[in-house]
Design a protein around this ligand. Structure first.
Ligand SMILES: [Zn+2]
Length: 442
């Protein structure tokens, strides 16, 4: 039998120690996190293997073996965290502070906490000698916050054997969200992510002296091209899975506020609805290919009109988008042969896992146990995760977490004073472990 109170205490303690290891990426230094995880696993006799994609950029894998009758589950989390600006935190982001029932630290939600749930579940199942039908693979990766090159992508390219026999991958960024605009909690399970398309606009023209400008300089052309792009509206596209999400959300909204959500294709043709719906940044990104102007470059000197001016755009694609078609659409909108539109890096084509697998159902049940009355909905994440990489390796990849988080807490992810409640950690360790027992236990 598993002592859930003891497991809850251990989960809090493990996360506190993990949060005190600074794995800010860059530089990452994930090896410090790997050493900690390896030591914890070893104490319970669980062997682990480590790889270093570059000095300090380490990932770790451990496994509880199943009997091989069903495909394995890869429980993966990223060790790295984003930068924390200490000036804006009320506590040390790597100090492991506990106050008012919360554990503070960069990574408290994104996503060392989920990694520790995986670890706690593994330890509990090993100690209880629970027989398994599926392998449970614990995977801690480097570099997710900066594109996964030294982590998930490295594993996919060089250590595909770490995924051998696996059917599923579970990671992050789905939580049970409570919100003042919702009648009941919303439990999202991520089934797909939008992916990045790096577009570069390069305007060229005759260089000259800043004292005698003319209309068609390279920077002027670039500015006009960007203006046209920002004013053009790429038509919304509502994927069936996104419609499903909003249908469920509509049922949770008060009064008439969800009116029109059940048929977005039609509703978005109504200018009033469209303006209101798209004013929510996240919703807008869920139904559209987006273009964010992020980097601009012109002259090196303020009195020199340069021969070239460039803008880099962070474009995010939805499942079904075609990078070449997007680039062609941008060229058409800009309509200036002196502005070149190019794709900077090999695009990541979005992929998606079905919301009806055995694991999906088990995760949905787990969310219902954690938060009775929760409405579970499949979600397409507007941000990227390592699941994209693992889906390309043939696994069904989902984002799942039994944490109950309110709207204010969500703002702290990548923000200031990121934290997780101790109640969330204790209860989620149990819910996660029970979910795995159900779906992988013999
Ligand atoms: Zn993350």
């Amino acid at each position: 039998m598993i002592d859930w109170v003891a497991l809850g205490d251990e989960t809090v303690d493990l996360l506190r120690r993990y949060l005190m290891i600074d794995t800010t990426n860059p530089p990452g230094n994930e090896i410090a996190g790997v050493r900690f995880l390896a030591e914890v696993l070893a104490r319970d006799g669980i062997e682990s293997e480590t790889i270093e994609a570059a000095p300090g950029r380490a990932s770790l894998r451990a496994k509880l073996a199943g009997d091989g009758s069903l495909g394995g589950i890869v429980l993966h989390h990223h060790i790295d965290v984003v930068y924390a600006d200490r000036r804006y935190w009320t506590v040390d982001p790597f100090g492991g502070a506990i106050a008012d029932g919360y554990l503070y630290g960069r990574g408290a939600i994104d996503m060392k906490s989920t990694g520790i749930l995986h670890l706690a579940a593994l330890l509990a199942l090993k100690r209880a000698r629970v027989p398994l039908k599926r392998d449970l693979v614990f995977l801690a990766t480097a570099d997710e916050e900066a594109g996964s090159e030294y982590g998930a992508q490295f594993i996919a390219d060089r250590r595909r054997d770490w995924l051998a026999g696996a059917e599923y991958a579970i990671s992050e960024l789905a939580v049970i969200q409570t919100h003042s605009s919702l009648k009941a909690p919303l439990g999202a399970i991520v089934i797909s992510e939008k992916t990045g398309l790096a577009l570069v606009l390069t305007a060229r023209g005759e260089p000259g002296h800043g004292s005698m400008p003319w209309p068609d300089t390279a920077p002027n052309r670039l500015v006009r091209a960007l203006n046209r792009l920002l004013e053009a509206e790429r038509p919304p596209r509502v994927l069936p899975e996104v419609q499903e999400f909003f249908t469920r959300v509509a049922g949770l909204m008060w009064g008439e506020s969800g009116a029109g959500y059940d048929d977005l294709d039609r509703s978005l043709r109504d200018p009033e609805f469209r303006a209101r719906f798209l004013s929510n940044r996240q919703y807008a990104a869920m139904v559209r290919t987006t273009f964010a102007v992020t980097m601009l470059r012109g002259s090196e000197k303020s009195n020199v009109i340069p021969p070239e001016a460039t803008a880099q755009l962070d474009c995010r694609m939805l499942a079904g988008d075609d990078p070449e078609e997007i680039a062609a659409w941008v060229r058409g909108v800009i309509a200036d042969e002196h502005v070149q539109v190019s794709i900077a890096r090999e695009p990541k084509i979005p992929n998606l896992s079905p919301p009806d697998t055995e694991l999906y159902k088990a995760m949905a049940d787990a969310l219902r146990r954690r938060a009775p009355g929760v409405v579970v909905a499949p979600m397409i994440l507007v941000a990227f995760t390592d699941n994209w990489v693992f889906r390309r390796c043939g696994l069904h990849g989902y984002g799942f977490s039994p944490f109950i988080v309110d709207e204010a807490e969500v703002q702290r992810i990548h923000g200031n004073d990121e934290r997780i409640s101790l109640e969330n950690l204790r209860e989620s360790a149990r819910v996660y472990t029970e979910m795995l027992m159900k779906v992988a236990g013999a």
